[in-house]
Design a protein. Sequence first.
Length: 166
Amino acid sequence: MMIGIGGIAAVVVAVILFSRGGNKDAVAHGPAPSPKTEQPASPPASKSAPASVSSGPKAGKTPTKPPPVLAADTLGKLRELLAQAKVHYNAGVTARTAGDNSGAREHQAKAKVVLDQWKALVQAPLDWQDEASLDGWAMPGEYVELEKAYGDYSKLLKQVRMGGGQ
């Protein structure tokens, strides 16, 4: 019976790996970026100017529904909220290291509130972006930036929850 369970587990793992192409980098970092069509190089966006979008559009199928408006200043606000959440998270880690568990939980709870604001700000664009990724739709550059920002958001959200943020 143990051999049968082990065999089933091995098949499930193999199916997951092969469905993702078996590329560990793709699993860890999301889908590989598509090659950009000939676009002029733009200077890197500075942190003091959050209203710029540095990613080009992502090629794919024509979307069956138009994307919700996602302004560049909204992406800047997302960066600001993520930075605020990181400050609270880091303060919580420092408090926990110093032995202050209740203080650590308070800081993690503050980080969670900021992360909830982050997600509420772009819930409709996130829903469209998720559908676009699953169906292989073409995405504007703003949505490529959102995809990157969501990866950072998800990573920090996991750390905050593991640190006591509910």
